[in-house]
Ligand binder design. Structure first.
Ligand code: URP
Ligand code: ZN
Ligand code: ZN
Length: 477
């Protein structure tokens, strides 16, 4: 058998298995795994003593996403995927945003134009549904799911995006009918707007009050409501960016009742706290995201949830807003209310190294859980598996060879995004991808991104088995 590339000597890790084997790659795919492969004329990479894991799948990031508030995403598909690759992520799933009054088709067409010719990593799209008209529900969602876009996000907050419960039910019913995966941003909009008004009335406008305007009960209530809507329709949902003990408890209770409720968390809920919003001057704006970072006790609950299976997915929620920029965090100036600070923080490159270092290397989670959370599960839940997220014969040869000894002091200078800060500046971690391979091509080695602009390909999603109903609740559909 002929190969283009062989990875030799590594400890090959999947979501379930650890194998000492060689990986044979031809035309971008894994075609053989065995104790010894005949290298012939193939290139050989020596991975002796190193873990080899699937390339990461970042199931939640925002790249070149148009905004409603005048802010501008600092990362397009070029800089965003360049940064992703340098941190071990070989597939990204950002969001095609439906503007109200416009179709889903317009969102997807526009988003393909933004990605094509630029992306260095492979990509799929989620949709953001903001305007579920009868045509969107009856025609567009079924078409989108069939045509490779099986997942879509709904917001319970943000005026320009939020859906009411009735609208969410309509979209969930369409998801059930067509095997789509619904993602929900769960925060209670009216609570946030009332709390924001109260805080502003008493002059509390600094970035730290962003956290006070969205306390845990706001997330808990919306999480509970989203689960109720999902149960009524009998369709799975995935709750994105879960931050708090109270939301985790709702999710765990629902999972314990046998409901298919999936959950995602992100680095900011493990490594930041609300005190990061309470820095001198406007610095706290760097960590304004929603839901907000909580406290150390909540961080521990999130770690527990990663270990005990409450969470299936660990994403970056990379939202590339520059700090020192009138199109970024300083959109309305440094003295404006927290209300106007664009939400979201960067993290597409640090997602995997942070969890590898603080999770695997410190013994909080095992390497298989790491692989599940960062690659295999998002690929499965969004219909990309086994092409993505796996090391198996027939899968795309997307691989990371880890340097588990490497000590890195995180600094924005080291990162490849186009954002002017990282919330993790100065943090010291152990472990970073040594070599990253995408469809058989070495795209990162010797701390250099080697990928060509535009080499990334669109990967259409299949119908996710994870989106099937459980057929046992009170659905009338
Ligand atoms: O604050 C956040 N998470 N911003 C990004 C948009 C979103 O809600 O995912
Ligand atoms: Zn969100
Ligand atoms: Zn997001």
């Amino acid at each position: 058998m002929k190969f283009d590339l062989i990875i030799r000597g590594g400890k090959v890790v999947t979501a379930t298995d650890l194998m000492s084997c060689e990986i044979g790659i031809r035309e971008g795919r894994i075609v053989a795994m065995a104790e010894n492969l005949d290298s012939g004329n193939a290139d050989v990479i020596d991975a002796a003593g190193r873990w080899v894991t699937p390339g990461g799948v970042d199931g939640h990031c925002h790249l070149d996403q148009p905004s409603n508030d005048g802010s501008k995403a600092a990362d397009d598909f070029l800089t965003g995927t360049r940064s992703a690759i340098a941190g071990g992520t070989t597939t990204v799933i950002p969001f095609a945003f439906q503007f109200r009054g416009k179709s889903l088709d317009a969102a997807v067409t526009d988003y393909h134009e933004r990605a094509s010719g630029k992306a260095m990593a492979d990509y799929a799209f989620h949709l953001i549904v903001t305007d579920p008209t009868p045509d969107v529900i009856e025609r567009e969602i079924p078409e989108m799911i069939r045509n490779g876009y099986p997942s879509f996000k709904m917001y319970m907050t943000y005026n320009a995006m939020k859906l009411n419960d009735r609208q969410i039910l309509e979209v969930l019913a369409a998801a059930r009918e067509n095997q789509g995966m619904a993602m929900i941003h769960a925060e209670n909009s009216d609570c946030i707007s009332w709390l924001t008004d109260q805080l502003e009335k008493s002059g509390k406008i600094e970035p730290r009050y962003h956290a006070a305007s969205r306390p845990s009960p706001v997330e808990r209530e919306a999480t509970h409501r989203a689960i109720t809507l999902s149960e009524l329709v009998d369709v799975p949902i995935l709750i994105v960016h879960v931050s708090s003990r109270e939301a985790v408890e709702e999710i765990r209770r629902a999972q314990g009742r046998g409901l298919r409720i999936y959950a995602e968390t992100c680095p900011q809920y493990l490594f930041l706290t609300e005190s990061d919003l309470d820095k001198p001057g406007f610095e706290g704006a760097k960590c304004v995201c929603s839901p907000p970072p909580r406290d150390k006790a909540n961080q521990q609950v999130i770690w527990d949830g990663l270990r005990n299976g409450t969470f299936q997915v660990f994403s970056s929620d990379h939202a590339p807003t520059r700090f020192d920029d009138p199109a970024g965090k300083k959109l309305k100036g440094e003295n404006s209310s927290f209300r106007w600070i664009p939400n979201g923080i960067p993290g597409i490159e640090t997602r995997m190294p942070l969890l590898f270092s603080e999770g695997v290397m410190k013994g909080r989670i095992d390497i298989h859980t790491f692989v599940s959370l960062t690659a295999t599960n998002p690929a499965k839940i969004y219909g990309l598996h086994p092409k993505k997220g796996s090391i198996s014969v027939g899968s795309d040869a997307d691989l990371i060879i880890w340097d588990h000894e490497k000590l890195v002091k995180i600094s924005n200078n080291l990162l490849h995004h186009n954002v002017d800060y990282t919330p993790y500046e100065g943090m010291e971690i152990r472990g970073w991808p040594d070599t990253v391979i995408s469809r058989g091509e070495v795209v990162f080695a010797n701390s250099q991104v080697l990928a060509e602009e535009g080499r990334g390909r669109f990967v259409p999603g299949n119908l996710p088995a994870a989106a099937l109903p459980i057929n046992r609740t009170i659905s009338v559909i």
